[in-house]
Design a protein around this ligand. Structure first.
Ligand code: TYD
Ligand code: MG
Length: 469
């Protein structure tokens, strides 16, 4: 029988090596290899000698039990899971420490328990008293959630298996769990994987929905939940800026639902509050009348979301000007800048460029191109854009503005929030009944000329600081 000789395991991605090395070849991280016991629970390892058991193969067609979903009652969470927890499914909720994972899950557990479902919450990080204290603060202490502070996976499974199968089990967090079937220290990748395997096996067998919490750590010291990602049915990432109140729950992978939906929450003194109309939240603190901001009418999943895009174009004092972007792709910004430069005569070589999506939202849509370009040109020209206008459209490398999907929904949302104008692609626009005046833009130059005409362009920046002379 082949012995598993690999004993150096990357704590970031789980790749195993026979000897130590400084850099993991699989994920490229440095100093993440840690020596672990060679008795990793490789499936089939110890049991390989057992004689095979015959099982039935089944046709693809046949009776299926439509997975009855169990809604948590928290609409923003259910939107991201795709309508509720699926029995026997396993979810991983990943996020930075302190973002609010435990808060959200105790709220979900309490809501389910109140609805009469057996719900178990196992904390490996906090004492029972701490969890109780938080529940009390959130006004949830009356909910019949079954609570424990435990880290031994076998004990947890043995305890839960008694009595009625729970509808939801929360494990907070998977990094604190350890299984005695695995030799490595708690917190290592091998332990995280072994513990997750045991818990997942129990969930699949019993039909309980399992929610694993995983901390994301940038330094590879504590095992990242990445090794668990391919073992679970859905991965949700809980994001937000520490300084801001908004939290965004995003499905990264989902075997039972969509992956482009987001759930928006606000962290308050009384826990996480659902935000059913994110546009209002993202636009609540607008700098009206100042140059460099444009409102983008975007789509997140099935829901239109309006968000402010802010740009700052400032003369540089560096040889290579800075390009910094938060909430959008850097490569997309580079493309928009190149198109502005090549086709619209907007020279940005002597300027630093900063772009920010307000509210901590991250945009993946190419439809944001036009809004980003509008914000950039507005900042450069020192001309504020009309406060009642929204922007959307994809910019191609030729400078043509291409139509985007769901323009009807975008315009409708803008109309609902009191916007009066939209700057959008010329072709394929369904101006519809939103009541907005739509300005169709065929080529980017038209928009640039419009914005430039509103303000007085700054004198061209000198490419080098003059001070040194
Ligand atoms: P927590 O759920 O413990 O985060 P995680 O489990 O992801 O590590 O949330 C911790 C933060 O949330 C903490 O900084 C305090 C804040 N918080 C509130 O602002 N209001 C609340 O009602 C609660 C419970 C927490
Ligand atoms: Mg926590």
């Amino acid at each position: 029988m082949a012995k598993n000789a690999s004993s150096f395991v990357c704590q970031n991605c789980g790749a195993a090596y026979g000897r130590w090395q400084g850099r993991c070849e699989s994920c490229g991280e440095w100093n993440t290899l840690v020596e672990e016991g060679a008795t990793a629970p490789v499936p089939g390892g110890a049991r390989a000698a057992r004689k095979g058991r015959r099982f039935e193969l089944e046709p693809l067609t046949g009776e299926t039990l439509d997975a009855p979903r169990l809604p948590s009652g928290i609409a923003e969470l259910d939107r991201v899971t795709g309508g509720g927890f699926v029995p026997g499914s396993v979810l991983l909720m990943a996020g930075d420490p302190g973002i609010g994972k435990s808060t959200l899950l105790i709220q979900a557990a309490a809501a389910l328990a109140r609805a009469g479902h057996r719900t178990v919450y196992i904390s490996g990080e906090e004492a029972v008293a701490q969890v109780r204290l938080r529940a009390e603060r959130l006004g949830l202490s009356q909910a019949p959630v079954e609570l424990a502070s435990e880290t031994a996976v076998e004990d947890i499974i043995a305890t839960i298996a008694e009595g009625k199968t729970p509808r939801l089990i929360v494990i907070d967090s998977i990094q604190t769990m350890w299984s005695n079937a695995v030799d490595s220290a708690p917190g290592t990748v091998t332990q995280v994987r072994g513990s997750a395997q045991a818990l997942i096996r129990y969930a699949k067998k019993s039909g309980a929905a399992l929610m694993l919490v995983g901390h994301v750590t940038k330094d590879g010291q504590i095992a990242g939940p990445r090794v668990v990602e391919h073992m679970v049915d859905a991965v949700m990432s809980f994001e937000g800026e520490g300084s801001q109140q908004f939290r965004i729950l995003r499905a990264v992978k989902n075997r039972f639902g969509p992956t482009d939906e987001i759930g928006v929450f606000e962290m308050t003194g009384l826990g996480l509050r659902e935000v059913s109309n994110p546009s209002e939240l993202f636009l609540s603190e607008r700098d009206l009348g100042s140059p460099g901001t444009a409102v983008f009418a975007g789509i997140e999943g099935t829901r239109p979301v309006l968000v402010e895009i802010q740009a700052l174009v400032a003369p540089t004092s560096l040889g290579t000007p800075r390009r910094a972007v938060v909430g959008w792709e850097g490569s997309r910004l580079a493309m928009v800048l190149a198109v502005l430069e090549a086709h619209c005569g907007v020279k940005l070589g002597g300027y630093d460029v900063y772009l920010n999506v307000a509210g901590g939202l991250r945009i993946n849509e190419p439809a944001a191109d036009l809004a980003a370009a509008a914000a950039l040109v507005s900042s450069l020209a020192g001309a504020a854009l009309p406060a009642d206008a929204v922007y959307f459209g994809e910019i191609s490398l030729s400078g043509a503005v291409r139509p985007v999907a769901q323009s009807g929904a975008r315009l409708k949302e803008a109309g609902k929030l009191g916007f009066k104008r939209a700057v959008a692609p010329e072709t394929g626009r369904e101006s519809g009944d939103a009541g907005l005046a739509v300005t169709g833009i065929g080529h980017l130059t038209t928009m640039v000329a419009d914005i430039a005409a509103r303000g007085t362009p700054r004198p061209a920046a000198s490419p080098r600081p003059a001070k040194r002379a």
